[in-house]
Ligand binder design. Sequence first.
Ligand code: GLU
Length: 284
Amino acid sequence: MAFTTRFAPSPTGQLHLGHAYSALLAHDMARAAQGRFLLRIEDTDTARCTPAFEAQIYDDLAWLGLTWETPVLRQSDNTAAYDAALDRLGDMGLLYPCRCTRADIRRAASAPQEGAPMHGPDGVIYPGTCRNRRWEDRSDTDAVRLNMARATDRLTTLPHYTETGIHPALRLTRAHLTDEVGDIVLARRDTKTAAYHLSVVVDDAAQGITHVIRGEDLATATPIHVLLQPLLGLPTPIYNHHRLIRDEHGKRLAKRDDARAIALYRAEGATPQDIRGMVGLTTA
Ligand code: GLU
């Protein structure tokens, strides 16, 4: 299968230098491998995504010199696929509905007998309050969680993945997944939409992605994706987690760092080559 990669921004803010690096790197790698570069708009968080930010993404990427195949996959158009994946995991007995608020979780996780709350890729590790609720009893006001112990037991061997970037592949063990990742949310209760971990896995397979190229801030989420893939009968791509672009204090750039927005550099007269230079990609 031809090398196929993607850039998957969420239109919740302006693209900054960190996004430019990720998109340019993936595009360069696809070109070097004579492969395909795809774009995916991760807009399931309808409260925070805007059409203006989405339009700006296309504009900034085209200005940087990137080309991508169309039509672009927009996650808000693909919710039926996430619902089907959720039903499949639910029918396997791996999901349960959860009515806990963030405050409930913090309280339960910091109860005296629990010791200091443990943090996983998605924040405080869920203490399991709703774990005995039945999937069939879910209501519209519930979130949906993966029962991690059951999910790991379902596979005879835990999967491996190949990592070609700067982050070592994390070894999947049952103890790591149950104790340090925990029962993650696969559908949110606030927006009733698929959570990132589910939609990313469904869409990487739907788009035929062979190589996921993304920042090392997502490396701790990769074991979750690699676990979900065989449970859903989907292939596991190769992962490449790259360095992050940081500010002068060593802090990684966030969406609110408008000072480093590509649009701002453009307005100040920078060229796409200047941006490549700023993120340490010197050759076009
Ligand atoms: N949408 C995610 C983000 O903007 C990236 C998802 C991914 O590369 O897997 O951080």
